[in-house]
Structures are given as C-alpha cells and as structure tokens.
Write a protein that binds this ligand. Sequence first.
Ligand code: GDP
Length: 194
Amino acid sequence: MTASPLPIEFVTSAIDAKVLPPSPAEVAFVGRSNVGKSSLINALANRKQLARVSNTPGRTQLINMFALPNGSTLVDLPGYGYAAVPGRVKQGWQKMIEGYLIEREELVNVFVLIDGEIGPTKLDVQMLDWLRANGIAHTVVATKHDKVKSAKRQTRKKDLAAGCMLEPGDIVWVSASKGVGIEMLRSLVLGHLN
Ligand code: GDP
C-alpha cells in the first residue's frame, strides 16, 4: 500500500447531504469543531488549503466533498458541539448528519476524530455510542499527538482508548503538524476506497 499524499480534489460543498453526488465508495470524517479535521485532511493530501483551517470554530457548517482519481470520495462533515450554535440549528444538523450516516449507501467507513490533547468529550462518546448502536463501521483517530508531552503519552493513550471503550491499539494517533500517523491513515483511507 502506498502512503504518498492522497491525490484528492475538491468536488463540492453542500448544506444538506441529500444533494451529494453519487460515489463508488466513500469515507467520512467527523468530529467536534476545532478537533483538527481540516488540518488532517490537508495533511493527508499534503496541501495547505484544500480544507479550510479556521480559528473560529463552528463557522463552517458545510459538508465538503473531495474525490480521488478513481472517483471514490472523502466527505468532511461539519464539526459538532460548537457552543455558539443555537439549539435548533444543532438539532437540524444532528438530524441531517444522522440521516447521512444511516442512509448513504456508498459510505464504507467513518473516521471519528477525537482531540488527543483533550480526550473524548461527552459529545464524542455519544457519537461513538450512536455509531455502535446503528452498526456503522468506524475508526477512532486521535489528533494533535504532538500536543501530548512524551512523558504522558503512554497514559494518555490508555486513558483515551478507555474513554472510547476501546483498546489502545484500536486508535490511530496522528499529528497534522508533525506528520505522525499520516502515512498510516492514508493507507487506511486507500484500503477503504481502492
Ligand atoms: P477543525 O475545526 O476540526 O477543522 O480544526 P482545524 O484543522 O481548523 O484546527 C483547529 C486548531 O487546531 C487550529 O488552530 C490548528 O492549527 C490546530 N491543529 C490542528 N491539528 C493540529 C496538530 O496536529 N497539532 C497541533 N499542535 N495543532 C493542530
């Protein structure tokens, strides 16, 4: 398996998953706002501005779709849990995303991003519970590996996995800034989409 940058190109943005074009196979990325999702997608592609990195969490409530040359797709779902989003908008978002995750036939795997510095939040655990309850295939990716001090890494890896009700070996740790785990994640994505 190759681990060179994923040759993905931007396809479209949508506010509703229902209008996304068909795809032979798709993976989705989901996580709370500011988890490092845009930075990670850029690192996978080795591009600086493919996905927009924002200092204002929650500003982008759009679904972004990217495609590999073989037509298979990566979907960047809007970040959840931004405090300033009014309740009704949050609910609408939740319904739309849940509908997508359940109904999208092309979807082969969901990468659930958890902030490695903070560990799983209540919303992250809810998302994992919901994916399990609905039998939706997923992989937990812990971001910002570089932000965890090396002396604390072993404990953090154990605690984060336990918080997700998983074993440490189940979690893919990445750092978009330092490149840690990026090649591994590229291989996993290609494994699902090739
Ligand atoms: P998104 O809201 O999930 O798309 O998150 P962004 O990619 O916009 O990143 C949110 C913040 O975390 C930004 O300030 C990024 O620079 C920072 N960030 C993202 N990935 C990493 C990482 O691997 N290491 C460090 N130290 N910071 C990161």
